[in-house]
Write a protein that binds this ligand. Structure first.
Ligand SMILES: Cc1cc2nc3c(=O)[nH]c(=O)nc-3n(C[C@H](O)[C@H](O)[C@H](O)COP(=O)(O)O)c2cc1C
Length: 313
């Protein structure tokens, strides 16, 4: 509760103090400069995707600014699960904010082993399973490109943990709802929708991509309407809760995701411009509730008047 206003939400069995989290990979390990980011006030922190072994990531340049957005090709640079657990997690835990550990891997077994090394560690309330990673067994296409591959990861991780599994969905598929359904059947508890959209930006003088690897992932306000539509599709696909993500930079943006049925939201790229934007979005949500004469953010969730009918009659 905040005064007379209640911003708390539930994502399945997890209660969050507010519906605003920060997105994986866009907030360091969460504990850097907490005064600047107001990290201790947030609804939750999703960690950088953690893998079994440390990863150096792709060669620079790894970020390029595009109209109202960014293209990135970071390549899952991270310190690896052991250093994350020993060095990063204690500082993150000291903030007193729910921690969602993002986990990635090249094969299902790698996801499993990473999760096993985080089991029983205090402070983690859920895992976010990043199925946008290249799948070595399938020749490098992302797990989420094939619903069965994404589901295989979820089934494998489900067997080794009781913590909630949020599946981070990629928007780069024809039918995100089909992938969501397969993951729900495999034991997912919630979805985070969405990761970055595949994009390309070319330097016409050199005739090369601005990113050495060619395509990268587009994020930021440019993708917001696209992400919102994907979130709506995900909400309609299964009864599981959805955490909306993609281009959120203001309270109004975040509220759109809640109205279409997201139970919470994640803020990513906008933090690069304004480090405490997620906390400011929470402030703006309270202003909106007051202006509407509402007391609980829950009243807005799923209140969308969908021309194609209710999502979950
Ligand atoms: C620099 C950068 C690094 C990212 N790293 C990860 C990551 O490690 N794992 C992941 O699941 N998503 C990662 N993402 C995707 C974001 O979590 C988010 O899904 C996406 O950027 C869309 O949200 P936004 O428009 O608010 O940034 C990254 C995004 C950016 C811009």
């Amino acid at each position: 509760m905040s005064g007379e206003l209640d911003l708390s939400v539930r994502v399945g069995s997890v209660t969050l103090p507010t519906p605003v989290l920060v997105a994986s990979g866009t907030f360091g390990y969460g504990s850097e400069s907490p005064e600047l980011t107001r990290a201790g006030e947030l609804g939750g922190i999703v960690t950088k995707t953690i893998t079994l072994e440390p990863r150096r990531g792709n060669e620079p340049l790894r970020l390029h600014e595009t109209p109202a957005g960014l293209i990135n090709s970071i390549g899952l640079q991270n310190v690896g699960v052991d250093r994350f657990r020993e060095e990063k997690l204690p500082k993150l835990r000291a903030l007193g904010v729910p921690i969602i550990a993002s986990v990635g891997g090249r094969r299902a077994e790698e996801f499993v082993e990473t999760v096993q090394r985080l089991e029983g560690v205090d402070g983690i309330v859920a895992y976010e399973i990043n199925v946008s990673c290249p799948n070595v067994k399938e020749g490098g296409i992302e797990f989420c490109q094939r619903p069965e591959s994404a589901a295989e990861v979820i089934t494998a991780v489900r067997n080794v943990t009781k913590l909630p599994l949020w599946t981070k969905l990629s928007p780069n598929v024809s039918h995100i709802g089909v992938v969501a359904k397969a993951c729900a059947d495999a034991g997912a508890d919630a979805f985070t929708a969405v990761n970055t959209f595949v994009g390309l930006s070319v330097d016409v003088k050199t005739r090369r991509s601005h990113i050495p690897l060619g395509t990268g992932g587009v994020s930021g306000p440019a993708i917001r309407p696209l992400a919102l539509a994907k979130v709506r599709e995900t909400v309609r696909a299964t009864p599981l809760p959805v955490v909306g993500c993609g281009g959120i930079a203001s309270a109004n943006d975040a509220l759109q995701f809640l109205v279409v049925g997201a139970s919470a939201v994640q803020v990513g790229t906008a933090s690069f411009r304004v480090p405490d934007i997620a906390a400011r979005i929470q402030d703006g949500m309270k202003d909106f509730l007051r202006s509407e004469g509402l007391t609980s953010i829950g009243d807005l969730i799923g209140s969308y008047l969908d021309p194609s009918g209710p999502a979950r009659p």
